[in-house]
Ligand binder design. Sequence first.
Ligand code: FRU
Length: 498
Amino acid sequence: MRAIAKCTMLFVLAKLFVLNASAQNHAQLQIDSNEMLYRPAQHFTPLKGWMNDPNGMFYLDGVYHLYYQHYPNATVWGPMHWGHATSRDLMHWEHKPIAIYPDSIGMIFSGSAVVDKNNSSGLGINGKAPLIAIFTQHNMDGEKAGKIDFQNQSIAYSNDGGISWKMYAGNPVVKNPGIKDFRDPKVIWHEASKKWVMIVAVKNKVSLYSSSNLIAWSKESDFGTELGSHDGVWECPDLFSLEYNKKQYWVLTVSINPGGPNKGSATQYFVGNFDGKQFTANSTKTKWMDYGADNYAGVTWSNTGDRKISIGWMSNWLYAQQVPTVNWRSATTTARALSLQTVKGEMYLSSLPVKEVKFAASKSIQGISEKIASAYKINIPSVSLQDFTISLSNKQGEHIDFGYDQKTNQFFIDRTNAGNHDFNSEFAVKHFAPRISNAHSTNLEIIIDKASIEMFADNGLTVMTDIFFPTSPYTKINVISKDRSLKEKVTISNYLTP
Ligand code: FRU
């Protein structure tokens, strides 16, 4: 009798073991397929855990450093660290250890980093220029206790090229002026006044500070209460100069959440002048860097000379914490080269993928029937302004559609039927962007990478970035237009695996 009971028990245990193993296998298969479906080939993603804004980007000795808002222990926002990655071509990224951890002053919110070439801070050693990171420290206890001064600006320094960082002992370096939203300092070197300048978001405007040593800061001015969109809180500002027709102009960019042109998070900009103390815009028009729903908190790399390269967080606070990726959440956008263009006397910022973003030789889509790769670029050279839709679809009949609508003179991305959208009721919508160019023909460059589309129209004058989640990869491309010649013009070039 005892032998039978023992046998039964062994049988049950074995069965449980098999069931457990098969449940584990099943879960693993689901994770693997989620990775295959949504982990981009070309865009940066954290290995695991949560990411939001890109932070502290600088270029040094041929290497682009990218830090980012990171919570390593979950795929939702949490106590913020600065994650770190490096790249030589802005396309292939190497993961580095977490760079900056929260401390007793607070979590490490968004900010910037500079190469302190002349050791103005005195934090360099052995004659080597230190790197200085400037960021907001957010004190959760202070916030929970109902205080208003829980966001302050601090610095950290690195003497080993940006791998390890030490907190400056005298933090914070800029104390809260008595306002809850006081964050995301971007520091630049202003050559004309030979000073460091900090631009920081303050609720519904930005404030400008200056310093000779990155430690002692004086307030210079405010900008923005009267201009731009104010339907949300201002965050992650940037200030940089660009040459146009042999003249220098200054561009001030600032993200806003909510209040974007297609709901939620987006980034607006102003073109004008900056004298080292005050920024003045040369237009009262509200302009957006990207009309899609998924390009937020973008700022530029420092130490890149006249080249201005920006990268954004490819998500939206509307649904960022709900998107159906399992191991990680969010990617960055493709790095974009910024320049100025004029249309009817107005100056606009144009963004195009940086030249380092290279794809294989292009093929006409005529020769492509049912098989397309998971990451590629679609090129539409100069075409007439007629309605067209390009549709990418999969076996399930899910499709993402994008194109141009002549009647309203708008570009669009329609992700209504693009795949999984149960996670948020505001996700499955069609987004529109005004055509800014007034040229007689249009051109488009489109980067697709498994779960994202970045559409650059008219040499980057109108840009749209959207994410989407098909339940199986799109394998088919279809061009819908009365203009029969369009199909012959569209080409595809595949992503080159490193
Ligand atoms: C923007 C932002 C910043 C802040 C950070 C916190 O997405 O809200 O203003 O510093 O994220 O993670």
